[in-house]
Design a protein around this ligand. Structure first.
Ligand code: GRG
Length: 279
């Protein structure tokens, strides 16, 4: 497979097909809940987190299928976070991925249940993976750490606590690392864990890459104005010029973290994609 675009498309399609097969059927009861879980998870999205898991696992020498469970689990967690984030009690968004948000289509109660169901299914998929026990436990630990109160959910809570007040650049960065960066960094780490990577140099490099990339992703998201303008973000706190410079620096830092690591060309390309993305 030659270019990054072809690689990204192939892994994205692979994950999409696996998710469609693994999510509970909408014809099986509770049908409305299952339909909402499928709607929240399928039919859109860049599948960046899945592609990162595949690329990291392959860099570590694994076959593509070693990262299938990680890729699906990451995208299910991501879909759960979006379904909950769009609720009126959170960001109150009516659309997601160009369609009515899950709570608009199915109602708030079902959207909450769909997110909860997706989260449980993500962990079940890792626990039931065919990979060796030690790899599964590592993956479960990494994902739980990235998603819980020390990661994504904690970042969302910090953001809500800070709403309406002034946020320092450092405090904003902490929120961004936790809310968005933790799952992106975990994507790379889960890929390495799925491959059974035990090389400290590689693991450290991948973690550094993931942390810089996660922050870069959120800064670019703020520049693209995907967030709500009343919430403090990189543009409101740093200004548009500095935010753009920072996104470039973070991309460079992510790439630099991979120095001396073999077969890192795809992760380097993904860093470029994240920094340059337009959606
Ligand atoms: C409410 C449990 C809970 C968590 C909220 C991650 C998060 C924390 C909320 C997601 C909302 C959001 C817009 C965060 C900003 C960055 C982000 C995750 C954007 C969407 O990710 P993309 O662009 O989405 O990868 P696609 O649709 O491509 O999958």
């Amino acid at each position: 497979m030659s270019g990054l675009y072809e690689y990204f498309s192939a892994r994205r399609r692979r994950c999409e097909e696996l998710l469609a097969a693994r999510l509970p059927s909408a014809s099986k009861p509770p049908a409305r809940l299952h339909a909402a879980m499928r709607e929240a998870c399928l039919g859109g999205g860049k599948r960046l987190r899945a592609v990162l898991a595949y690329a990291a696992a392959e860099l570590c020498g694994a076959q593509t299928d070693a990262a299938d469970d990680a890729a699906c689990a990451l995208e299910m967690i991501h879909a759960y976070s979006l379904a909950h984030d769009d609720l009126p009690a959170m960001d109150d968004d009516d659309t997601r991925r160009g369609r009515p948000a899950c709570h608009i289509q199915f109602g708030e109660a079902t959207a909450i249940l769909a997110g909860s169901g997706l989260q449980a299914l993500a962990f079940a998929m890792l626990a039931e993976s065919d990979l060796p026990e030690s790899r599964k436990i590592k993956m479960l630990q990494l994902l739980a750490g990235a998603v819980g109160s020390g990661g994504m959910v904690g970042g969302q809570a910090l953001e809500m606590e800070g709403e309406g007040g002034d946020l320092t650049a450092a405090a904003l960065e902490t929120v961004q690392h936790k809310k968005t960066g933790a799952l992106i960094c975990a994507s790379v780490q889960l890929g390495a864990a799925a491959a059974g990577c035990g090389d400290e140099k590689t693991l450290t490099a991948l973690t550094r890459y993931g942390r810089h990339l996660g922050l870069c992703f959120q800064v670019v998201d703020d520049i693209l104005d995907h967030g709500k303008t009343e919430t403090a973000n990189s543009v409101t706190v740093l200004g548009a010029k500095r935010a753009t410079e920072k996104a470039g620096e973070l991309r460079d830092n992510a790439v630099a973290a991979l120095a001396g690591i073999e077969n890192a060309h795809r992760l380097r390309g993904i860093a470029d994609f994240v920094a340059r993305r337009k959606k």
